[in-house]
Write a protein that binds this ligand. Sequence first.
Ligand SMILES: CC(C)(COP(=O)(O)OP(=O)(O)OC[C@H]1O[C@@H](n2cnc3c(N)ncnc32)[C@H](O)[C@@H]1OP(=O)(O)O)[C@@H](O)C(=O)NCCC(=O)NCCS
Length: 267
Amino acid sequence: MSFKSIVEGKGLPDRVVRSPVESDRFGLSIGRLELGSTGGTEPQQVRGLVAASEVDIVVLRYEASSYDWFARLLDPSYVAIHADTLVYYGAPIDPDRIPPPDVHFLARAAGAEDRDTVDAAVRGIFTQYGNHYAANPLLDRLAALEGYCEWAAGFIATPGRETLLLESSEDHELAGLATLLVEEPGEVVLAGVEESFRGRGVYQELLRRAEAGLADAGCRQIHVSTQIHNVAVIRAWVNLGYRFELALQTVHLIRRELWAGEVLNGL
Ligand SMILES: CC(C)(COP(=O)(O)OP(=O)(O)OC[C@H]1O[C@@H](n2cnc3c(N)ncnc32)[C@H](O)[C@@H]1OP(=O)(O)O)[C@@H](O)C(=O)NCCC(=O)NCCS
């Protein structure tokens, strides 16, 4: 969920929102309830929507400050698994405080001709990525990676979005990439560094370039998010002076008969 959609608070929809793309990808019917802030909603309402939905897996997201929700979400009709905790960090963008770019790297926005490059980079960078799909043994990891590739492709040459490529200035080898929401507030959605460039501060350079690009587009805030176990990126954000803002829980609510059948089959 984007930071903006969380703070704007969409509230509980009147039914589980079906996700045809995820359903096709994983071969199970998948729906979503993305609440962000739970203000005014009770877990019993969520239980009612999920029980009535006949969906195999509902991906539920809510603010972690509703710490009493998880126990109250439990229901005889489905199994609930904790799939991840997302943490959001952010900072004001001050163009005057962004250090000069590292001359060893060039940054540019990906165009339609870069689709294969972006696809290959996402496949390499996120191959072992521990997201909420990876926490669910019913979901295929390679299919989840395909999803990340499609997700990243949707940021290329799309209004209000951008895929930033960071290349070595010496030979134009791709060092890292970041997909951005170019709006107010600006947001880094997916970002990563190629294996061979890791451990040298390249990620921090990538974020500074993202900040500079967002500043040029008139954005005054930057937000980023990741799973709470992602120590390296959170350290980088702290180094860059970003502040912790909020956390979301992702819970998968899995139809009990489906779960029981898979457990019998040894998962
Ligand atoms: C996480 C990732 C972006 C880090 O890239 P990087 O260029 O190696 O990072 P940096 O060199 O800028 O290091 C950032 C900080 O993380 C620390 N760090 C790097 N790798 C680490 C690791 N494996 N474990 C713990 N800390 C680590 C560094 O020490 C540095 O902190 P420090 O300066 O306080 O010492 C890279 O490993 C990656 O692309 N991972 C997969 C994709 C991903 O997780 N993306 C983020 C969420 S979308």
